[in-house]
Write a protein that binds this ligand. Structure first.
Ligand SMILES: Cc1cc2nc3c(=O)[nH]c(=O)nc-3n(C[C@H](O)[C@H](O)[C@H](O)COP(=O)(O)OP(=O)(O)OC[C@H]3O[C@@H](n4cnc5c(N)ncnc54)[C@H](O)[C@@H]3O)c2cc1C
Length: 484
């Protein structure tokens, strides 16, 4: 007896900011959606309770993906909910500078204020967003504000996806290992459960290894909890993030037709400066991020400053040296204040495979990047001097959390991978709307725009299928009207 092959309408690879949003809107319209995720699907109370296990259980390669020159460490999530589980959920709309630059670089007309605002408003309506208020400032935020005010610099509260954090009484730094309170507005408490409630299937611990594109269907090969499997869909959406989506297309041989695949890699390089204060700061307590720079001069110079901190294991890694000196430094953990500079990196790097099929991330910092980082570090020195820091430690380690590009959006296959309808050039059944399509670094937190452009991609897909209004018809069945 032969069993009939199941063909999904959409297989979505990855459940982060892009995949979960797409799954929600497509399954709301009645589409048959299957989500594949390499990581585990945790309930809030199951998240690891310490930094070591959070890194090893929730991130690819334990959170230690180095650049080719080993000067930068890339962090990326491997867990249902993707980066939204381990990020700080700071959710910003792009400003006009970023939208104009994206439109000019890619030729994609939808990167404009009016169009993107409709997508931002739609995805934001599913999230609880709060500005971190002064009453929630911890010692680190108070020092940041004091320094900015003394130097006459503009600052602004950060906007975060959170709901009932009770910041004053919780150590929110644990949130970077998955929020145990279901407060952070990650995909785990928003678009992912709503997609599942609307019939989307999730296969967790499914590591996709190859995609084969056919004229009617896409075959997706991978290992599911250790067993090889192949699944089929009419369309396949790559939502595996900048590195994951690019790696999959490279491993599946698409580089031959798509010369731009793996180019245009950006990451907002970040550097942390730690100040040792005479008094207890307790930067790990409460809202561990509250304020950002809001100075147009900084934006024009290509950097921003945020008050930030990290758990003891990460702080220990930022400090060079060994032995007693290192131990003495760590003994002052409660007296540390910290500010990071994140730069808008100008010169792109590349994502490639070596001859063993492993990712090689070539992202040296350019002279312009160094200048931007130095301009930010100088401001931080001045801020910490203004608040009477005893000493400062500028970490030489470059950290990259915002991974973007590799499958950039554009008009032609010669210099881009995806068109402005989110279709991979020349492969009509492959769709991408995740961070990999960014044509450049925006210099702004990327995840809200990834969600917004993924909402747009869902509408493009549904319209293509003859279905234009998803808002009020949750019972609609895609199969009744179209065959993809
Ligand atoms: C520590 C940290 C803090 C951050 N803070 C912020 C912040 O405050 N604000 C902000 O806007 N951004 C922040 N970011 C960045 C933000 O989280 C990402 O930009 C965003 O999650 C990217 O969305 P995505 O959909 O492109 O990919 P992801 O969210 O990374 O999702 C990709 C998913 O695909 C899965 N996957 C990859 N390859 C495969 C495969 N072969 N098979 C199956 N599954 C696969 C991965 O496991 C992952 O779950 C932060 C990131 C980090 C690491």
């Amino acid at each position: 007896m032969t069993s009939k092959k199941q063909v999904y309408d959409f297989i979505i690879i990855g459940t982060g900011a892009s995949g979960s949003v797409l799954a929600h809107y497509l399954s709301s319209a009645g589409a048959d959606v299957c989500l594949l995720e390499a990581g585990k699907h945790y309930q809030a109370h199951e998240f690891p309770s310490d930094e070591l296990h959070a890194n090893t259980q929730l991130m690819w390669n334990g959170g230690m993906d180095p650049s080719k020159d080993a000067r930068t460490v890339f962090l990326r999530a491997r867990v249902a909910g993707g980066g939204t589980i381990i990020n700080n959920c700071l959710l910003d709309r792009f400003d006009d500078i970023a939208l104009d630059d994206f439109r000019t670089k890619s030729g994609a007309a939808f990167y404009n204020r009016a169009t993107m605002d409709t997508h931002y408003s739609e995805v934001e309506s599913h999230l609880n967003l709060e500005y971190i208020s002064e009453s929630d400032w911890n010692g680190n935020a108070r020092l940041y504000a004091e320094g900015f005010d003394k130097l006459g610099l503009q600052r602004a509260p950060l906007r975060r996806g959170q709901n009932n954090c009770n910041n004053a009484n919780n150590d929110c730094v644990v949130c970077l290992g998955g929020c145990p309170r279901e407060s952070k507005q990650s995909m785990a408490v928003s678009f992912l459960p709503s997609a599942l409630a609307r019939g989307a299937q999730l296969k967790e611990q499914f590591h996709v290894q190859q995609i084969i594109h056919g004229p009617q269907q896409v075959a997706v090969y991978g290992s599911h909890k250790g067993h090889q499997q192949v699944l089929y869909s009419r369309k396949c959406i790559l939502a595996a993030g900048s590195l994951g989506s690019t790696e999959l297309l490279l491993k599946s041989g698409f580089g031959v037709e798509l010369p731009a695949l793996g180019q245009g890699f950006h990451c907002h390089p970040q550097f942390m400066t730690i100040a040792l204060m005479d008094e207890i700061v307790d930067a790990h307590k409460g809202a561990f991020q509250a304020l950002k720079s809001d100075d147009i001069r900084f934006r024009k110079q290509g950097f921003k400053l945020e008050n930030v901190f990290a758990g003891p294991a990460a702080i220990a890694m930022l400090k060079t040296g060994f032995g007693l000196e290192h131990q003495d430094f760590m003994a002052e953990y409660r007296k540390m204040a910290c500010i990071e500079v994140a730069i808008r990196d100008e010169i792109p790097g590349t994502i490639q495979l070596n001859n063993q099929g492993r990712l090689v991330l070539d992202k040296p910092l350019s002279d312009i990047d160094h200048q931007r980082a130095e301009a930010g570090k100088q401001q931080i020195r001045d801020i910490f001097a203004a608040v009477r820091a005893r000493s400062i430690m500028e970490s030489p380690l470059c950290i990259a959390l915002h991974l973007m590009g590799g499958c950039n959006i554009g008009q032609k296959a010669a210099d881009s991978v995806v068109n402005d309808g989110f279709e991979v050039h020349g492969f009509k059944n492959l769709v991408i709307a995740d961070g990999s399509i960014y044509p450049m670094a925006p210099g702004i937190n990327p995840s809200l725009t990834i969600m917004a452009q993924s909402h747009r991609a869902s509408q493009v897909l549904l319209a293509e299928c003859g279905y234009t209004d998803t808002s009020n018809q949750p019972e609609y069945s895609l199969h009744k009207v179209v065959s993809l």
